[in-house]
Ligand binder design. Structure first.
Ligand SMILES: Nc1ncnc2c1ncn2[C@@H]1O[C@H](COP(=O)(O)OP(=O)(O)OP(=O)(O)O)[C@@H](O)[C@H]1O
Length: 369
């Protein structure tokens, strides 16, 4: 099994400090990263992402557990004896060297021949589209260009795994978006396994084959982006990735009962109902029931369809193509719905309107606390 993985992390614990000052940065983390995968470690500041990356690189040693690279136990080996390379947020380029010399640096350290260094450096410069700047000193480059040099330098020795620690966080938003596309292209063209660290959920969702969501030194969920978004395993993951509504529920025949008394269908198990704002549908009272052929006579509160949640519209916030509507339920709970606006049109809703809230079967999930 572990031979198929580029990286295997087995029950790794990492503590810093001693006694009452000890910090457990990683708490029994186990993980397999597949060969050729774009894998992202995602989590808030201090959750242990960088520590895990540094352990894979060999800059730190685990307190307990093992690290394997392509099935070989590398626990205890120094960084230069591991087939990995790291790209840091700070780029860490040599300012007195040219772009070409920076990119060739790792190859020179490996004692490669002059012709091989020249050939491989040229290939890397073409890959990151910097051939035209090869003779320039790196101090005279823009942030985005410097980051490309750092990437080319790290990729040149053809590591089995490239570790990237928040490599785009120093770039402005526009450049960052461009570099996201660029990084994905580089990973696909080289086929090298990328392990990417970020606290930016959008970045993780758009770039990764799989994401490992971390919190307080533990991996909470490891799954492809779509699964992380649509089927979060717990409240932390649901809350950290995108926007979500949470409502406490109790079991009821045919589904779960909300605090306001409405009974709705949901998948999964747990005391909390979790539903994304874009999954909510808002209709005038009775419409939802009518659509199912059980028309409601007067559309009053008591007449809400069995799986429609009665609500009063609160604040409406416009976002150009869509609108966020706050929906107050009779028990005081609030839902946020994201509703598309008709092209150039006004919203049909106004604050104070009474509405029915529904969602498609399968859109709501039950999760643990
Ligand atoms: N060398 C160290 N000595 C003591 N504590 C450390 C050391 N390195 C990390 N820690 C602690 O371990 C925990 C995890 O830190 P880590 O840097 O791995 O988190 P992170 O998720 O990468 O955060 P950030 O996104 O802010 O970089 C934190 O509580 C941090 O303070």
């Amino acid at each position: 099994m572990s031979q198929d993985n580029a990286v295997t992390v087995e029950q790794v614990i990492k503590s810093f400090g001693q006694g009452s000052f000890a910090v457990r940065a990683l708490d029994e983390v186990s993980l397999g990263i597949r060969k050729g995968e774009f894998f992202t470690l995602l989590g808030p500041s201090g959750c242990g992402k960088t520590t895990l990356l540094r352990l894979i690189a060999g800059f730190e040693q685990p307190t307990a557990g093992r690290i394997l690279l392509e099935g070989q136990d590398v626990t205890g080996l120094p960084p230069n004896r591991r087939q990995v390379n790291t790209v840091f947020q700070s780029y860490a380029l040599f300012p007195h060297l040219t772009v070409r010399e920076n990119v060739g640096f790792g190859l020179r350290m490996q004692g490669r021949s002059r012709s091989e260094i020249a050939e491989r450096t040229a290939r890397m410069l073409a890959l990151v589209r910097l051939d035209h700047l090869a003779e320039r000193r790196t101090a005279a480059l823009s942030g985005g260009q410097q980051q490309r040099v750092a990437l080319a330098r790290a990729l040149a020795p053809q590591p089995a795994v490239l570790l990237l620690d928040e490599p785009l966080s120093a770039l402005d938003l526009k450049l960052r978006k461009e570099m996201q596309v660029e990084l994905k292209r580089l990973q696909q063209e080289t086929g090298i396994t990328f392990v990417f660290v970020t606290h930016d959920q959008e970045e993780a969702l758009t770039m990764s084959d799989r994401i490992g969501v971390m919190s307080e030194g533990r991996l909470q969920q490891v799954a492809p982006p779509r699964e992380i978004y649509t089927a979060p395993v717990n409240r932390f993951v649901a809350d950290f990735i995108g926007e979500t509504n949470f409502l406490p529920v109790t079991p009821a025949p045919g589904g779960v009962r909300l605090g306001c008394g409405a009974v709705v269908a949901a998948q999964g198990e747990g005391p909390v109902l979790c539903i994304r704002p874009e999954q909510l549908r808002v209709t005038t009272p009775g419409q939802a029931a009518a659509a199912r052929g059980t028309a409601d006579r007067d559309g009053s509160w008591s007449g809400a369809a069995p799986d429609a949640i009665p609500a009063t519209v609160g604040r409406l916030i416009y976002f150009g193509t869509d609108m966020h509507a706050q929906l107050h339920l009779p028990d005081g709970a609030t839902l946020t719905a994201r509703l598309p606006l008709p092209p150039g049109g006004e919203a049909a809703l106004a604050p104070g309107d009474r509405v029915d809230v529904t969602f498609a079967p399968g859109a709501a999930r039950l999760i643990g606390e």
